[in-house]
Design a protein around this ligand. Structure first.
Ligand SMILES: Nc1ncnc2c1ncn2[C@@H]1O[C@H](COP(=O)(O)OP(=O)(O)OP(=O)(O)O)[C@@H](O)[C@H]1O
Length: 280
């Protein structure tokens, strides 16, 4: 999957607000076909990360590149390759859905009309609906169509499905993955719905206390991140990375199935359990 040129490359990102560090030396590369689920507590810095990556927010240190451009100075050409759905989609009051899409479409030569129509049907949206009368979930659906129908190379979605009903959410998440693979795009989406993330993401990025604690393929995560129950004073092999320790319960990464003396139990965790364990 990995090709030589990342679509999004973030290096050493530092960002503070009012002297309080939010992101601390964060480095991450997204390659074509990667669908990265971004997880973190409320206020962990997920939105901040996306805004810095897009050049909407200035970084205190570090840099981000999208395709060949520095995020601080994106060319129009590169901007046309980016889709972004913010947490609170906005705009197009006074328009019908059809008119809003027509205007939006006019900016993007690569707009895929068939994809647009297909997604309108999937989300039960019709052209004649007034944008200001749409429900929150319907607005979110419209914002997603607007961000995706031109098949951008980089798609950043800040809690894109929080207001969608479970049926729309499932359809959207499944399509998101297919679209990324088909179009060779990279996707970074934040969500608190760990089951969605587990189902469709190729990678997990987990931010804790300003650091990218985990950035890992979902399949490797299932195999290599385990909770170990230890006997007193059990030393762990140096190859294991300790993520969290609570008495004799240790959460580790890089577990390779080895038998370790003094380890009484090895437990697998789903993503929600892992998230809770990491923050307890
Ligand atoms: N413009 C700003 N000025 C001051 N503080 C800010 C600003 N933007 C964000 N913050 C702070 O930075 C921290 C990270 O916020 P951010 O919105 O990135 O978190 P998040 O992970 O997206 O949270 P959530 O899951 O609740 O959406 C929070 O403590 C927030 O209060």
């Amino acid at each position: 999957m990995t090709q030589e040129q990342p679509i999004l490359s973030i290096k050493g990102l530092l960002k503070s607000f009012d002297g309080k560090s939010v992101l601390n030396n964060l480095t991450m590369d997204l390659y074509p076909g990667m669908v990265v689920g971004l997880l973190g507590l409320n206020g962990a810095g997920k939105t901040t990360l996306m805004h810095c990556a897009l050049g909407i927010l200035a970084m205190d240190a570090g840099e981000a590149h999208i395709l060949a451009d520095n995020a601080a100075n994106l060319s129009l050409q590169t901007k046309a390759q980016i889709g972004f759905v913010p947490q609170q989609p906005f705009g197009y009051e006074g328009f019908t859905v059809g008119a809003a899409l027509a205007l939006h479409r006019s900016f993007y030569p690569s707009w895929d009309l068939e994809l647009e129509q297909d997604w309108l049907k999937r989300f039960n949206l019709t052209s004649k609906l007034q944008v200001q009368r749409l429900s929150v979930g319907q607005r979110q659906s419209l914002a997603l169509i607007m961000a995706m129908a031109y098949r951008p190379k980089l798609l950043l979605l800040d809690e894109p499905v929080a207001s969608l009903d479970p049926i729309a959410r499932r359809k959207f998440m499944a399509d998101l993955f297919d679209l990324a693979l088909e179009s060779g795009s990279a996707v970074l989406f934040s969500s608190h719905i760990t089951s969605d993330l587990e189902r469709v993401a190729s990678h997990l990025a987990l931010i804790k206390e300003g650091e990218l604690l985990l950035f890992k393929e979902i399949d490797s995560l299932r195999e290599e991140v385990k909770s170990l129950s230890l006997a007193e004073n059990t030393p762990l092999p140096a190859s294991l990375r300790v993520l969290q320790r609570q008495g004799n319960a240790v959460l580790v990464d890089n577990y390779q199935g080895q038998v370790i003396e003094g380890v009484k139990a090895v437990t697998s965790l789903n993503l929600e359990q892992l998230f809770v364990a990491l923050h307890s």
